[in-house]
Design a binder for this molecule. Structure first.
Ligand code: PLP
Length: 473
C-alpha cells in the first residue's frame, strides 16, 4: 500500500518493476493466444469499473490483477503479429525502455535549460533520421505527437509565410484577406481537413484534386502524399514541385506512413523531389517500431514556424535563449515529452541496416500476399502495392448479375468476409472504398509479423469466402 506521504518505496518499486517487465515479456511471448480485436461489446468495461474513485489507496498487486482481469480483455492488441488493420504499426523493446526512462525523467522539454538532453538529443536524432531517409541538410526536424499535429503546424508556417499579419490580426472580420487555398489530393488524409479547420482557414479553402487510376494526384496541384492512407499510393512529387514553385506555394509532403520506407536504400526514390519540398511529415510511430507517439516534421523554414508560434513571457526568458533551440518556440505546446530518447535507443539498437531489413521484409510479405491474390480466380487486386499495404477484394464468379447488382453483392460479401475474419480473433483487417467499391486492406507493419501470419490470414479469408459462398447457395 502507498505510504501516508511520498511515493512508493524503492524496494516496492523494484519488486513491481521487475514483475511488470516480466509481465510484458510474457505478454509478447503469448500474445497470439489473445484475440487481436477486442471481443467485447460497447460498455462492457465501464460496467465492470467502479463509477467513483477509491478513497484509500489500493495495493499494486490488486491493481495489476485488474489489468489482467479487466483491461487486457478490453484491448485490441496492436502488438499482435496478425494485426493487419489500418496501418499496422508496432512498438519494440528498445522503444519501451525509452518510454520507461522518459517517464522516470518526466522532463518538460520546453526550454533548453529545462531539458538540455531532450533538446539536443532531438536535434541529433532527427538529423540521423534525415540522413537515413536521404533528405537534404536544408531540412530541420521537430518532434510533435502525431502527423495530424505536424501537418497542422506546417500549414500554420505556410500561412505565416504569406505575410498577411494573421498572427497579429487574425482572420475573422477582415475584408483585406484573400481566400487562402490549400490543395490536396482526394486521397489525402483527413488530418489535412482538420488542420485547416483548426487554423480557421475554413473547409472551403481546401481543394481536393482528383487522382488517376492508381490513386496518385493528377499533376495540376500542390500538396502531396507519399503513401496515402487508403492505398499507400505516391503522388508524383517531382511533377508537382515546379507547379508549386511557379505559384509560390508551400509544398507539404505527407509521408506519415511511407516515409520510413525511404531508409531502405533501394526505396529511397520514393522521396524523389522532396529536396525541393517546404515540409514533410514522417511518423516513426507508424513504421519505425516506435511506441506511440512520435511524429517528425521536417521543415525548410524553421524561422516561419518560429514566427508563427514563438512567444516568450518574462517567466520563460533565459540568458542562453538566443544561442539555443527551445522546442516550445515551434509549436502550440509549451511542455513537450522527451520523445527523442526512444527513437535514439531504437536507431542505436537496430541500426540503420536492421531497421531497413525489417521494412524490406514487410514489403516482401505484402508482395507475396499480393501474388496469391493475383493468382487466384476468386480474389482481385484493387490498387498497386508500392509498400506493405495490399488492397484487394473477393470477386468470385457468379452467373449474370447486372453491374449494379454485382457491385452491391461484392460490397456486402467483402464486408461480411472482413467481419467474419475479425470475429475469429485470429487476425484483424480493415477496409476502405476505392472507386466506390468496398476494398479490404491488409497492412503489414508489425515487428513480429512473419510469413506464417500472412499465410494464416490468407487461409482465414478463403475460409470465410467458402463459408459465405456455401451459405448463399
Ligand atoms: N497522414 C497519413 C498519410 C496517414 O496515413 C495518417 C494515419 O494513418 C495520418 C496522416 C494521421 O496520423 P496521426 O495519427 O499520427 O495523426
Amino acid at each position: 500500500m502507498a505510504p501516508p506521504t511520498g511515493d512508493m518505496s524503492a524496494a516496492e518499486f523494484r519488486r513491481f518493476g521487475h514483475e511488470i517487465v516480466d509481465w510484458i515479456a510474457n505478454y509478447f511471448e503469448h500474445i497470439e493466444d489473445l484475440p487481436v480485436l477486442a471481443q467485447i461489446e460497447p460498455g462492457d468495461l465501464k460496467a465492470q469499473l467502479p463509477s467513483a474513485p477509491p478513497d484509500k489507496g489500493e495495493s499494486m498487486a490488486a491493481i495489476l490483477a485488474d489489468v489482467d482481469r479487466l483491461i487486457v480483455p478490453a484491448l485490441t492488441h496492436w502488438s499482435h503479429p496478425s494485426f493487419f488493420a489500418y496501418f499496422a504499426t508496432s512498438t519494440s523493446a528498445p522503444g519501451i525502455f525509452g518510454e520507461l526512462l522518459s517517464a522516470a525523467f518526466d522532463v518538460k522539454s520546453m526550454l533548453w535549460r529545462t531539458s538540455p538532453a531532450s533538446t539536443e538529443l532531438e536535434e541529433v536524432v532527427l538529423d540521423w533520421l534525415r540522413q537515413m531517409i536521404g533528405l537534404d541538410p536544408g531540412m530541420s526536424g521537430i518532434i510533435y505527437d502525431t502527423a495530424s499535429v505536424s501537418s497542422m503546424h506546417a500549414i500554420a508556417a505556410a500561412r505565416e509565410g504569406v505575410e498577411m499579419r494573421i498572427r497579429q490580426e487574425g482572420m475573422s472580420g477582415r475584408t483585406d484577406l484573400p481566400l487562402l487555398r490549400v490543395y490536396a489530393s482526394d486521397q489525402a488524409h483527413s488530418s489535412i481537413d482538420k488542420g485547416i479547420i483548426t487554423l480557421g482557414l475554413g473547409q472551403r479553402a481546401l481543394r481536393k484534386i482528383p487522382c488517376d487510376s492508381e490513386f496518385r494526384m493528377d499533376v495540376n496541384a500542390l500538396r502531396a502524399t507519399v503513401g496515402t492512407t487508403s492505398t499507400s499510393s505516391i503522388d508524383p512529387v517531382p511533377e508537382i514541385i515546379p507547379i508549386g514553385e511557379e505559384h509560390a506555394m508551400w509544398l507539404h509532403v505527407d509521408a506519415a506512413y511511407a516515409g520510413s520506407a525511404a531508409i531502405v536504400p533501394e526505396m529511397r526514390h520514393i522521396l524523389a523531389g522532396c529536396e525541393r519540398a517546404d515540409s514533410l511529415v514522417l511518423n516513426p510511430h507508424k513504421w519505425l517500431f516506435t511506441p506511440f507517439d512520435l511524429s517528425v516534421l521536417y521543415c525548410r523554414h524553421m524561422d516561419l514556424l518560429g514566427r508563427a508560434f514563438s512567444l516568450v513571457p518574462e517567466y520563460l526568458r533565459t540568458p542562453e535563449q538566443a544561442t539555443v533551440r527551445s522546442g516550445s518556440d515551434y509549436g502550440v505546446q509549451l511542455g513537450r515529452r522527451f520523445r527523442a530518447l526512444k527513437l535514439w535507443m531504437i536507431i542505436r539498437y537496430f541500426g540503420h541496416e536492421g531497421l531497413a531489413a525489417r521494412i524490406r521484409e514487410h514489403c516482401r510479405l505484402a508482395q507475396l500476399f499480393a501474388s496469391w491474390v493475383e493468382e487466384s480466380t476468386e480474389w482481385e487486386m484493387m490498387a498497386p502495392t508500392p509498400f506493405a499495404l495490399v488492397c484487394f477484394r473477393a470477386r468470385p464468379q457468379v452467373q449474370a448479375d447486372t453491374e449494379e447488382a454485382e457491385a452491391k453483392r461484392l460490397d456486402v460479401l467483402n464486408e461480411a468476409i472482413m467481419h467474419g475474419v475479425n470475429a475469429t480473433g485470429k487476425a484483424f483487417l480493415s477496409h476502405t472504398k476505392l472507386n466506390d467499391k468496398l476494398t479490404l486492406r491488409l497492412s503489414i507493419g508489425n515487428i513480429r509479423t512473419t510469413e506464417r501470419h500472412v499465410r494464416q490470414v490468407w487461409e482465414l479469408l478463403n475460409e470465410q469466402l467458402r463459408l459465405l459462398s456455401s451459405a448463399a447457395v
